[in-house]
Design a protein around this ligand. Structure first.
Ligand SMILES: [Zn+2]
Length: 322
């Protein structure tokens, strides 16, 4: 299936080049219309309520108009910029297409060709830092270590080398975690957390990847600080592939609501030495999810989701090498 898409894309790139457009030199504000995207993927396009729905036999993209929310094959993907009218057509910023949607749908054109051999897992917090403390005194630092140990076991059973930034209740700075990932020769770096919010009603699972340079993070739209490119931005496209695989599998296994693939400049993502993501496995501030996180069956389901997400990414790299 992907050969057809690849051939189609190549013909479109030639068309673009022929018209004198240069994707590399494009300004950050350059827009790409949804009708162009639909043509590129040979998708039909229809309006359904506030969404433009594009689909072919294999894939489905939904984009909410005047919003930063999109869905790829049913999984929510936050855009950096809202879908807006450009002339008479609904359009996305080109960077949201090239560093989000397109890598997710055509991973083979974007992922590094080196097969990932070393996965570094980072159970968040630890030692003096308990992380979020949930109802019933659930400590984030304990829950995420339990989840990370389970992910490690699943990956090792598939002959993938795994190292962890901590294997006990140790205090580590964020820099120490990144330095560890670097020294361990991480090919993939996954930080594992549980969420907390001011309101008990917030719930669901989400995955964060590094915000693209000069853009706002999902939860700080219009108010991000320093937006300059960082080490983690070298892997923008691979981050999208990895993050999408994690979020899809996390939603599927946890059966919690999908808060989407989001963008943030968290320290572990900013200075990551390889493609990286941070997963949030539910809200300790929500009574139902705090109880679930205390339950070993739920932690196992979440661990399955994370390990399947990592294995899914590795499968895509393998396919791209062929
Ligand atoms: Zn945390």
């Amino acid at each position: 299936m992907h050969l057809t898409t690849r051939q189609l894309f190549i013909s479109q790139v030639v068309l673009l080049a022929g018209s004198g457009a240069s994707a590399l030199a494009a300004p950050a504000s350059k827009m790409v219309s949804l009708s162009y995207i639909a043509r590129l993927y040979s998708m039909s396009s229809t309006m359904s309520g506030k969404k433009v729905v594009m689909k072919n036999k294999w894939n489905r993209i939904e984009v909410e108009i005047n919003s930063r929310r999109a869905w790829v094959n049913g999984v929510m993907v936050w855009l950096h910029h809202p879908c807006r009218k450009s002339g008479s057509k609904w359009a996305l910023r080109e960077l949201d297409f090239k560093k989000g949607i397109d890598p997710i749908l055509r991973s083979y054109a974007y992922v590094p060709t080196k097969l990932p051999k070393m996965v570094v897992l980072d159970p968040g917090h630890g030692g003096r830092d308990p992380g979020a403390v949930g109802l019933g005194k659930v400590y984030e630092k304990k829950a995420v270590l339990s989840i990370a140990n389970r992910v490690k076991a699943h990956l090792e059973s598939k002959k993938i080398a795994v190292r962890m930034t901590r294997t006990s209740d140790a205090s580590l700075t964020l820099k120490e975690r990144n330095d560890y990932a670097s020294k361990a020769g991480a090919d993939l770096y996954i930080s594992i957390h549980a969420d907390s919010a001011g309101t008990a009603s917030a719930h669901g699972v989400e995955t964060f990847i590094m915000t693209v340079a000069d853009c706002d993070s999902t939860n700080h739209y219009g108010k991000s600080g320093n937006k300059s490119a960082r080490r983690g931005n070298q892997y923008d496209a691979a981050n999208a592939v990895l993050g999408f695989s994690l979020q899809s599998n996390l939603v599927k296994r946890s059966k919690r609501s999908d808060r989407g693939l989001r963008r943030a400049r968290f320290a572990v993502l900013k200075d990551a030495p390889c493609p990286a993501a941070l997963v949030e496995c539910g809200f300790l501030s929500n009574p139902e999810e705090a109880a679930l996180i205390m339950d070993a069956n739920y932690r196992e389901a979440v661990a399955r989701g994370i390990s399947n997400g990592i294995l899914g990414y590795i499968t895509l790299v393998n396919r791209a090498r062929k």
